[in-house]
Design a protein around this ligand. Structure first.
Ligand SMILES: [Ca+2]
Length: 204
């Protein structure tokens, strides 16, 4: 009886070398991790930076639904004149302004400051809904039809679980009035009208 034949092991070739293709793939993967990571780590202190999610992982981000009230004023004349944005800017720029895109804010201020010459005095007011406002019942509105001091939204909010509306309101706003609580939790002033943006551009 003959011995079963042992299959021959394939000859081992030289170890695989790192090619330029491997380097290219690694670079693309690294860039796709590093770019979004920069939104979460080492982000600028500017209040606008949180709203700039172009390179972030934003699948579940509430920032996308945040909206801002933006007004520009020409204070180089007295009294200061509100600038008609729809007359001066394309609607796409206005929509991006309302999403607090820092690069867009910067370019818009560049334009109006340049238009106004060396003594230009352009002010901007930007008040936004904070990204986490969608999880706060008070941000659904302060209307109180029955006049019991509790905003009506607390009667239907799924954030209240088994709490009664008064307890739910107190758990979110404490001793604050509905109006004060709304102003604090649902409206964030990102840019204040008090500053001449043409003189202090590095603040953006
Ligand atoms: Ca009520």
């Amino acid at each position: 009886m003959s011995e079963p034949e042992t299959p021959e092991r394939p000859a081992e070739g030289p170890p695989r070398r790192w090619t330029w293709r491997d380097g290219l793939i690694a670079a693309v993967v690294l860039a796709n991790i590093a770019l979004p990571l920069s939104y979460y780590v080492g982000r600028s202190d500017s209040p606008l930076a949180r709203y700039d999610e172009r390179f972030a992982w934003r699948m579940f981000s509430p920032v996308r639904i945040a909206r801002c009230q933006v007004d520009l004023f020409d204070a180089g004349q007295a009294p200061a004149q509100k600038i008609g944005l729809t007359r001066e800017l394309h609607v796409v720029w206005i929509n991006l302004l309302k999403r607090a895109r820092p690069a867009v804010v910067d370019k818009v201020l560049d334009k109006f400051c340049a238009d106004g010459g060396p003594d230009a005095d352009i002010r901007i007011s930007m008040i936004c809904t904070p990204p986490d406002s969608s999880t706060k019942t008070i941000c659904d509105g302060v209307r109180d039809r029955d006049g019991d001091g509790i905003p009506d939204a607390y009667g239907t909010s799924h954030y209240c679980d088994d709490m009664d509306p008064a307890a739910c309101f107190a758990s979110e706003c404490g001793e604050r009035s509905a109006a004060a609580c709304y102003a604090e939790l649902c409206r964030a002033t990102l840019l204040d009208r008090d500053r001449n943006q043409c003189r202090d551009r590095e603040a953006i």
